[in-house]
Design a binder for this molecule. Structure first.
Ligand code: ASP
Ligand code: MG
Length: 401
């Protein structure tokens, strides 16, 4: 019997009615002769509400305790879903990350999976049960509950599929992967297939449909990931190895990321030691830096800008204090009305002129950009949020997305 891993996101299990519908969908698949492992997220906005409660106690809650708290969200949904299977006459068991053998390491709230001990999962599958696993959580070497970072249930699902050597199906509230976020650009097209590389790039650049690390795992272990809508039977998107049939367009997608905080440090004395000091401090706070830019020196001083996630705003304020103690002349400011737009396409590896094309589209539409970065298969621009819609419309139209 083939094993199938299916994952259902928070919206798909947002209400009791929806949990029942998910159970029926899984049962359908089981009846086709498959062994089922089901990974679920917390119901609806549960994780957000748990985090808000923690923030009411402290602006910077203890991270071990935060993991303890937010991991409860998934425990509610696994128990309810498993009960639904029982109610429909199917044998099932819910397992926490720990019970499913998911081992992690790293910093609390940002853990990575190191290994999965499948013995328990396999035992229950053998007994004919539908195994329901809590997404997003695991256990570290100290025996503490850990979580994998926001959206981490996708990673749980793909990691399980990699270990079980089977397909992973991700069910969500959208039809699949789109060329552009359809909430921002209504004419966006659903893609039938996309390569791992492009999906990783799009996910890391802000396409919310899939979590980046999950796609990386799929790529590493060559696990096909099928992304589709939970309710209904519309064909979704297959994320898989790049092949010739995908060739055609140079740009596959445009991603939009609003979670951008731009920090500018003005008046830094022009010495490489000072720049190192700034980024050492940022690194010590576990802040993931995205773009960096620096102005040319003027009268012995430079201005340095970098971007990170808005959730790092608190840590940045701490860093500002520490830096000011070392370099009293600097001025540090944070800007949050920033959006990052990225064009992504594997075709860019062979084709030049994409950056020029985008610069021209911006120029024709009076859009000013602040920073630009490139990778082999993408180019990203930060712009003012107020220009976002205009930029997306213009780019999507010109690039036929
Ligand atoms: N419940 C977690 C979150 O909201 C994990 C997930 O949904 O994948 O981030
Ligand atoms: Mg998600």
């Amino acid at each position: 019997m083939a094993v199938v891993v299916q994952k259902f996101g928070g919206t798909s299990v947002g209400t009791i009615e929806k949990i029942k519908a998910v159970a029926k969908k899984v049962i359908e698949r089981k009846e086709q002769g498959n062994e089922m492992v089901v990974v679920v997220s917390a119901m609806g906005k549960t994780t957000d509400s748990l985090i808000s409660m923690a923030k009411e106690i402290s602006p910077n809650p203890n991270k071990r305790e935060l993991d303890m708290l937010v991991s409860t969200g998934e425990q509610i949904s696994i128990a309810l879903l498993s009960m639904a299977f029982h109610e429909y006459g199917y044998n099932s068991i819910s397992l926490t990350g720990f019970q499913a053998g998911i081992k992690t390491e790293g910093h609390h709230t940002k853990n990575t999976i190191t290994d999965i001990d499948l013995r328990n999962v396999k035992k229950h599958l053998k007994e004919g049960k539908i195994v329901v696993v809590a997404g997003f959580q695991g256990i570290n070497e100290n025996g503490d509950i850990t979580t994998l970072g926001r959206g981490g249930s996708d990673t749980t699902a793909v990691a399980l599929a990699a270990k079980l050597k089977c397909i992973c199906e991700i069910y969500t509230d959208v039809e699949g992967v789109y060329s552009v976020d359809p909430r921002v650009y209504t004419k966006a097209k659903k893609l039938d297939a996309i390569s791992y590389e492009e999906m990783m790039e799009m996910a890391s650049l802000g396409a919310g449909v899939m979590e980046t690390r999950a796609v990386e795992l799929g790529f590493k272990y060559n696990i096909p990931i099928y992304v589709a809508m939970t309710h209904g039977n519309k064909v979704g998107t297959m994320i898989k190895e790049y092949d010739e049939t995908m060739e055609g367009k140079i740009i596959t997608g445009l991603t939009i990321n609003d979670d951008v905080l731009m920090i500018t440090v003005n008046n830094v004395e022009y010495k490489s030691r000072n720049i190192a000091l700034i980024f050492d401090m940022v690194g010590k706070h576990n802040i993931n830096i995205d773009m960096i830019s620096q102005t040319a020196p003027f009268e012995g001083h430079v201005n340095v800008s970098f971007t990170c996630s808005k959730e790092d705003s608190y840590a940045i304020a701490e860093i500002a204090k520490a830096l000011q103690a070392e370099m009293p002349q600097i001025e540090l400011s944070q800007e949050s009305e920033i959006a990052k737009l990225s064009v992504v396409g594997i075709g860019m590896m062979k084709q030049s002129g994409v950056a020029a094309k985008v610069f021209n589209i911006f120029a024709d539409n009076n859009i000013e950009f602040k920073q630009v970065t490139t990778s082999e298969i993408s180019i990203s621009y930060t712009i003012n949020s107020s220009d976002k819609q205009k930029a997306v419309d213009a780019l999507a139209k010109a690039l036929e997305l």
